[in-house]
Design a protein around this ligand. Structure first.
Ligand code: 13P
Ligand code: SF4
Length: 308
C-alpha cells in the first residue's frame, strides 16, 4: 500500500476525519475528507462526529477545532506550523489595547492565538469579515485585529473607521506590484483576483477580492481564458481541478522576500509522511487550557451563528 492508501485505512479504523486548508500540498488535499477556507474548516470542525480530527493546516486552525471540540483528539502533523499573522499579535500587548478601549467591540480575524480569541467579542474570517463588521451598530467603535490589510479593505467596503492592529501575513505582503503589472502586460487577457490579506495596491488591481473559497467560486462562475491569482500558490491545485480549461498564473512575489515565493512556509511544514505519522501515533496533540477555552469559544460561536 502507498501512503495515501495507508492513511485512508487508518482514518477509517480510528474514526478520524482529515480537514485540510487549500494551502496544503496537493497530496494532502487529495487524501483529506474536506478541503476548505478558514470558515468552512471551522464549520466542519464544529459539526463532525469523528473521534479524532487531523488538522492539515496551521496551529491557530487546529486550536480553533480543539476549542470547538474539547473532548476530541485534535492533531496537527507539525506543531511548528505557525502563522506570521498570529505571531504579530502577542496576547499581553493586545490585552493592553483592549483594556485601554473598553467601549470598543473587539473583532478578531481567526488567524490569532486562543489567548487573543479569549480577549475578543467576535471572530471573523476573510469570507465573513464584512458581514461581521456590519453586524455591529454604526455608533459602536471597533477594534479590528490582527491583519491591517484585511482591516483596511473592510474599512473601505463598509465605510467604517476601525482601530487597526498592525499585523500582516508575510506571504500576502510579499507580492510585487511592479512584477504583477509587468505580468499583466504580458497576459493582457488575464483577470487578476486577490486575497484581502494582500496590500491595498495589489487589491486595487484585482477584479475580485475574496477568501480562498471565494476565489475558487469566482473563477468557476466567471469563466475566463486566464486568471492571475494573488494568494498562496497551494490554492492552484483545487482551483485548476474546478476550471481545467483556464490558465492559472500565480502572482509574483519580490525576490528578496523571506520565503522567495508565494508559498507559506508554515503551511508547507505538513507533509504526507507527517500526516501518516500523526494519525498512526495520535500525536502531536493540540491542547487548550479550560480557562482560555471557556472564553475563546464565545466569539467563535458568535461568528458561527452570524455565518449561518
Ligand atoms: P482563508 O482560507 O480563510 O481565505 O484564509 C487564508 C489564510 O491565509 C489562511 O491562513
Ligand atoms: Fe499565516 Fe499567511 Fe501562512 Fe496564512 S498564508 S498561515 S496568514 S503566514
Amino acid at each position: 500500500m502507498n501512503l495515501h492508501q495507508e492513511i485512508t485505512q487508518l482514518k477509517k479504523q480510528k474514526n478520524a476525519v482529515i480537514l485540510a486548508h487549500y494551502y496544503q500540498v496537493p497530496e494532502i488535499q487529495e487524501v483529506a475528507d474536506y478541503v476548505g477556507d478558514s470558515l468552512g474548516l471551522a464549520q466542519k470542525a464544529a459539526e463532525t462526529n469523528a473521534e479524532i480530527i487531523v488538522f492539515a493546516g496551521v496551529h491557530f486552525m487546529a486550536e480553533t477545532a480543539k476549542i470547538l471540540n474539547p473532548n476530541k483528539k485534535v492533531l496537527l502533523p507539525d506543531l511548528m506550523a505557525g502563522c506570521s499573522l498570529a505571531d504579530s499579535c502577542p496576547p499581553e500587548a493586545f490585552k493592553k489595547l483592549v483594556d485601554a478601549h473598553p467601549n470598543h467591540v473587539v473583532i478578531t480575524y481567526v488567524n490569532c492565538s486562543a489567548e487573543v480569541k479569549a480577549l475578543s467579542d467576535i471572530i471573523c474570517t476573510s469570507s465573513n469579515a464584512e458581514k461581521i463588521v456590519n453586524s455591529v451598530p454604526k455608533d459602536v467603535p471597533i477594534i479590528f485585529a490582527p491583519d491591517k490589510n484585511l482591516g483596511k479593505y473592510i474599512q473601505k467596503q463598509t465605510g467604517r473607521e476601525m482601530l487597526l492592529w498592525d499585523g500582516a501575513c508575510i506571504v500576502h505582503e510579499a507580492f510585487s506590484l511592479d512584477k504583477l503589472l509587468k505580468l499583466h502586460q504580458e497576459h493582457p487577457e488575464a483577470k487578476i483576483i486577490a486575497h484581502p490579506e494582500s496590500e491595498s495596491h495589489i487589491l486595487q488591481t484585482a477584479s475580485y477580492v475574496g477568501s480562498t473559497a471565494g476565489m475558487i467560486k469566482h473563477v468557476k462562475t466567471n469563466p475566463a481564458k486566464s486568471y492571475i491569482v494573488a494568494t498562496e500558490a497551494g490554492i492552484l491545485h483545487k482551483m485548476q481541478q474546478e476550471v481545467p480549461q483556464t490558465t492559472l498564473i500565480p502572482a509574483p512575489a519580490e525576490e528578496d522576500n523571506t520565503c522567495a515565493c508565494s508559498e507559506c512556509a508554515f503551511m508547507k511544514m505538513n507533509t504526507l509522511q507527517k500526516l501518516y505519522d500523526c494519525l498512526a501515533t495520535e500525536t502531536p496533540k493540540i491542547e487548550v487550557s479550560k480557562t482560555i477555552r471557556e472564553k475563546a469559544i464565545l466569539p467563535i460561536e458568535h461568528m458561527l451563528e452570524l455565518s449561518k
